[in-house]
Design a protein around this ligand. Structure first.
Ligand SMILES: [Zn+2]
Length: 152
């Protein structure tokens, strides 16, 4: 699987902060310093597989889908949690009507769920999003390698 540094570079390319150009391992696409003859990430030598000067489109596209999956899960957990919070916060008002205590309970519960869902988005949402993002990476990485090796 590809390296953390490549992952950061892909973020920069997607954000337009870096060009898709350089010297990359022909096997795992880890960025290679000029003159390096072996990949520090996968260990393959440049004679084993020549370095490439640009990352494949499919790799950039794969990273984009990964990041959007991660964002979507964090967003869904945050807003899902808040949605549940609004429903729960309305229960006292639904049963007791508009009273001072039910209004206070409404805002108290809302505040609690607001914090809880922000927390859940950061922990659970992050972890679930990461896993869902990795599943597409695994699948597309395999496809990328098999298509590349068929061309060789
Ligand atoms: Zn490599």
């Amino acid at each position: 699987m590809f390296s953390e540094r490549l992952s950061q570079l892909l973020d920069d390319i997607l954000a337009g902060r870096a060009p898709n150009a350089g010297r990359f391992c022909g096997n795992c696409y880890h960025p290679l310093a000029p003159g390096r003859t072996a990949c520090p990430h996968c260990g393959l030598t440049v004679s084993g597989r020549p370095p490439v000067e640009a990352l494949p489109r499919a790799l950039i596209e794969m990273h984009k889908v990964r990041r959007s999956r991660e964002r979507l899960v964090v967003w869904a957990v945050a807003w899902g949690g808040l949605g549940i919070g609004v429903c729960v916060a309305l229960i006292p008002i639904a049963f007791a009507g508009i009273e001072l205590w039910s209004i206070l309970a409404f805002f108290g519960l809302l505040g609690f769920f607001y914090l809880a869902s922000a927390n859940a988005a950061n922990s659970l949402g992050d972890a679930w999003g990461y896993r869902w993002g990795q599943s597409i990476v695994r699948k597309r990485w395999r496809r990328l390698l098999s298509e590349r090796d068929r061309e060789d």
